[in-house]
Design a protein. Structure first.
Length: 980
């Protein structure tokens, strides 16, 4: 019996006059018209994942991604390209086949026509659909791209098309399923196949046949419309539970959820008669596999059992056979281990439509008991070397004795239950119990404790006396041993020093000895401790300065004098502030080097009885001060103005004060200098001294005060944009008679500096402008601004209009070149054109060119005009263009290379003519056999023209196709055909 393959879903595909199906065991079968072998399924492609029935050929996609095709191969549509590689979809049409690669690209083969010419660069495709004359691709961004013939607009994807989930093609029309579950179609509609029924929604799948279309709705019902001459659109009234619908040439088939197939419509070759034995969903066996393994199965524990089953979707259930029910039990998928013995778990899976019941699987394992050891004795804390300890513990029910051993034989040993302590360290005793009576060996238990040697105690002094002198005291500190007893202190030299509690008193000069003692512990762990500390006790010396410096200033010196103590050693002097004052080695003279605080040290060495003596003398050393101006007066200072003067002084901290030495031209109040008259102003700065600093030397700042000039911008001006306008500032003046410079601001964002009173300026745009003038005198004083005005008029633009002549029929471009206007208007110019087609001037627009069309040969009168943003308009420019006739162009659509005598030989072509008013056109092929046929006439171009001819004799003929326009211009093309 065939078995289902994972990932394979049943499928039905209706072709031209045959039908094919894919079963879920990956097999393909076909029935109906078989003249080209299209229903004779080959056996060499292995397992299939999809099938596609074309008009007279069939293709299958293998699970490996390879494609196999069979049936009609007149145009190579069944010859799969050798380099096709792995694909994800195949679609068979009438005379062509297309395949979708996993990288989102498409390959087509078969009839060398437009529908096999995949657009260059097409990528990111998720699905493809093919038909007689065109093909389409659904991209991953939910948009649609189509190619091939477009006689009925089947390639014209609507610009406002909503996102798409499916696409399906009929004969010269296209249908799509949108994400909102509605359907939209366009193209050939002679049978209403592109007219979607009103209100059709909730669609889950679409399929377009030759001239009818069908959809599957979400309620598993089918709706069809379009051609119904063979009943192909009449859905059986009792058809429900449908999972897929497929529309063929003139018949329709539906796949139901139970795997059965129903077909209706044309049945002249049995294409709608479903084979009685057809079974797309054969009943499959199921296998159970345990996916869990119990760990150590111990009485009282639980085990979560797991197993995988077959494809029915039913759960795998677990049970315990009666023979082992006392050892274990099952609830759901949890196994409880009740007692020692052998436990067997049974697994079952029920049948379902398409699947048999699974054969029962079992899992058997042993259940054992566990044991636990517990120490019942407490070890010594700590143990002492050469002592012993009796260890005891209880075990489990195996019946085996608990045995003891040492895991640290270098510290302790075990004999039976007696532990002997031999060395200091950590003693580890192990307790074990062997298995028996269905019980596992007990997990080893360990007992650890510390073994120590008897410990001597060590005392350490952690303090030392600081400058022990007669009359002073000292509190010694010492750390003792581990006994925890207090460290006690006593004097070993009671005539020099005495001890009370923990305080040592210094009585006289000499060597003081202090003892520290600590008792041992009551047991044998710790011994008594003792330590001594010995140090000298000194007397002190006092130094007294008997001199003071007189008026110490930088650059001077001072010879200090001081008396010392009883050691008899000399008193030495040094400086503790060498940057301010300095004492050379071996000298008693203090040199005063800098301002500041000078500290002189007096020192006297000690001896065995006296400590060294030290004393310090501090006094101030004075310095001078300097003033520096830190501000600069205005440049230039103007009468009536003011200036805040600043200066830095010396380090005394006293403020720098200011005054005027020229009160006739300037005055000072605090730090504010007022400019009262033209002339020289001198400011004086002073700073007083203090105990550390002398008064600063006076400094001065001198500058010249100027008067401000006056500006006069002259009278208002008028002019034209693009032409010079003259401004006159000669009315400006300076009271001091200084020469002036002029700065003009013309109000249009531009300025100009000049030494001349008059200036010319060109405005780039019309308008009213405020003009401002400021003048500056030689010392640098600048006037207040003076204003005048300028009114500038607009000037109309001009341009050159010289279109090309003669030109051929078709598109032409008109241009206005070399536009001329004021600079401010050039970027705003707009242009209007009259193409001579009777529609008059176009609206003004920024582009200086316009696309027109010469519909017919002859003389074409065109016009142009330009205007600026202010409404200034050029003259209307007129030109006559000579239009030359262009002959029609003939393009072949299809022309078979061979034909048969007495059988219609069919060709298809189209023609185009840029002279769209050159109708009527006359056309007729010269079939090359010497026979003349009458001309046909048409008033339209671009549409396919199909013509048939029967040759009466075999041979190779040159066929010439001519198309003649109304003016007699002829376009032609030719090809050869071999008639057998």
């Amino acid at each position: 019996m065939a078995e289902a393959i994972a990932g394979i879903s049943p499928q039905v595909s209706a072709g031209g006059l045959h039908t094919c199906v894919l079963a879920n065991d990956a097999s393909v079968s076909c029935w109906g018209y078989n003249e080209y072998g299209q229903t004779s399924v080959p056996t060499n492609f292995g397992t299939a994942s999809a099938v596609s029935a074309g008009n007279f050929h069939t293709c299958a996609l293998a699970t490996t991604g390879a494609v196999t095709c069979w049936g009609n191969n007149h145009y190579g549509q069944s010859t799969v390209p050798s380099d096709l590689g792995v694909v994800t979809q195949v679609s068979a049409a009438d005379y062509a086949t297309c395949a979708l690669h996993s990288d989102g690209t498409v390959t087509c083969w078969g009839m060398p026509d437009l529908q096999t010419e995949v657009p260059a660069g097409l990528s990111s495709v998720s699905h493809i659909a093919t038909s007689t004359f065109h093909a389409c691709a659904l991209k991953t961004d939910a948009t649609v791209v189509c190619w091939g013939h477009n006689a009925y607009g089947q390639l014209n994807v609507p610009s406002d098309l909503a996102p798409v989930t499916q696409v399906s093609l009929g004969d010269r029309y296209t249908c799509v399923l949108k994400t909102d579950t509605t359907v939209q179609c366009w193209g050939y509609n002679a049978f209403g196949q592109a007219t979607v029924p009103t209100g059709l929604t909730s669609v889950s799948q679409i399929s377009a046949g030759y001239y009818h279309a069908c959809v599957l709705r979400t309620d598993a019902t089918v709706v069809c419309w379009g051609a119904n001459d063979m009943g192909q659109s009449t859905v059986p009234s009792d058809l429900t539970s449908v999972s897929q619908v497929t529309a063929g040439a003139n018949h329709t088939c539906a796949l139901k959820t139970d795997g059965t197939v129903v077909c209706w419509g044309l049945n002249n070759f049995g294409q709608s008669t479903v084979p009685a034995a057809l079974d797309l969903i054969p009943e499959q066996p199921q296998t159970i596999t345990f996916t869990s393994v119990p760990g150590q199965a111990i009485v009282g524990a639980t085990y979560t059992v797991a197993a995988t089953g077959g494809g029915s979707g039913n759960s795998v259930t677990f049970s315990v056979p009666p023979t082992t029910g006392a050892v274990c039990s099952v609830s759901g998928n949890v196994v409880t281990l009740l007692r020692i013995g052998s436990c067997t778990i049974a697994a079952d899976q029920a049948a379902s439509p398409g699947y048999l019941s699974a054969s029962q699987a079992t899992q058997t394992f042993d259940v054992v008991g566990s044991q636990t050891i517990t120490f019942t004795s407490t070890p010594p804390n700590p143990g002492v070397v050469n002592q012993t300890y009796s260890v005891a513990a209880t075990g489990g029910p195996s019946g085996s004795s608990v045995t003891f051993s040492s895991l640290t034989t270098d510290v302790c040993s075990v004999s039976g239950a007696l532990v002997a302590l031999s060395h200091a360290g950590t003693c580890t005793v192990a307790a074990d119990q062997a298995a028996g009576n269905g019980y596992l060996p007990a997990p080893r238990q360990r007992q650890e404790f510390t073994v120590v040697e008897p410990i001597a105690q060590s005392i350490s002094f952690t303090s030392t006396p600081q400058n022990p002198v007669v009359g002073g005291s000292y509190n010694p500190i010492a750390t003792g041993g581990a006994s925890g007893n207090t460290v006690r202190f006593s004097s070993l030299t009671p005539t020099v020093c005495s001890v009370t509690g923990s305080s040592v008193s210094f009585i006289t000069r000499g060597s003081c000895g202090v003892a520290a003692d600590q008792y041992g512990s009551s047991n044998t762990y710790y011994l008594p401790g003792h330590q001594e500390q010995v140090f000298a006790v000194y007397d002190v010396q006092t130094i007294t300065f008997t001199s003071t410096p007189q008026n110490p200033v930088v650059g001077g010196s001072y010879n200090p004098i001081a008396t010392g103590g009883a050691s008899g050693n000399a008193v030495r002097f040094s400086s503790l502030t060498p940057t301010v004052c300095f004492v050379p080695v071996g000298s008693s003279t203090v040199n005063l080097n800098a301002r500041g605080s000078c500290t002189v040290a007096a020192d006297q060495d000690g001896n065995t009885d006296y400590l060294p003596g030290h004393q310090e003398q501090v006094f101030a050393v004075n310095a001078t001060q300097t003033i520096s101006f830190t501000s600069t007066p205005p440049n230039p200072p103007i009468v009536g103005g003011a200036y805040t003067v600043t200066a830095s002084g010396g380090a005394s901290g006293n403020p720098v004060t200011f005054g005027s030495l020229t009160p006739g031209t300037c005055g000072v109040s605090g730090a504010m200098v007022s400019f009262t008259a033209r002339g020289t102003c001198t400011i004086a700065a002073n700073q007083s001294g203090n105990v550390m600093y002398l008064p600063a030397t006076q400094v001065t700042q001198t500058f010249v005060i100027d008067t401000r000039p006056e500006a006069n911008a002259g009278s208002a001006q008028i002019g034209n944009e693009g032409s010079a306008v003259t401004f006159n500032g000669s009315g400006s003046s300076d009271a001091d008679g200084d020469a002036l410079t002029y700065r003009w601001d013309f109000g249009d964002g531009t300025t100009q500096n000049t030494s001349s009173a008059t200036v010319q300026h060109i405005y780039n745009d019309n308008g009213s402008y405020v003009v401002m003038l400021m003048v500056t005198d030689a010392p640098g004083a600048t006037s207040a601004p003076a204003t005048t005005s300028a009114v500038i008029a607009n000037v109309a633009p001009t341009a050159t209009f010289a279109p090309t002549s003669p030109v051929p029929e078709g598109p032409i471009t008109l241009s206005l070149t070399s536009p001329r206007d004021a600079a401010g208007d050039l970027s705003t110019l707009q242009y209007a054109f009259d193409c001579g087609d009777g529609l008059g001037f176009s609206a003004f627009a920024p582009s200086p060119t316009s696309s027109c069309y010469a519909w017919d040969n002859g003389t074409l009168t065109v016009r142009a005009q330009v205007r600026d943003k202010d409404g200034g308009t050029s003259p209307v420019y007129t030109a006559a263009i000579s239009v030359v006739n262009v002959a029609p162009t003939v393009t072949m659509i299809s022309a078979p290379a061979t034909g048969s005598v007495g059988v219609d030989y069919t060709i298809q072509y189209r023609f185009t003519d840029p002279g769209t008013r050159d109708s009527p056109w006359y056309y007729q092929p010269n079939w090359g056999d010497g026979k003349k046929l009458s001309l046909s006439v048409t008033s339209t171009q671009g549409q396919p023209i199909t013509q048939k001819y029967r040759y009466t004799s075999p041979g190779t003929y040159t066929v010439i196709i001519k198309v003649i326009d109304k003016d007699g211009y002829t376009g032609s093309t030719s090809f050869q055909v071999t008639i057998r």
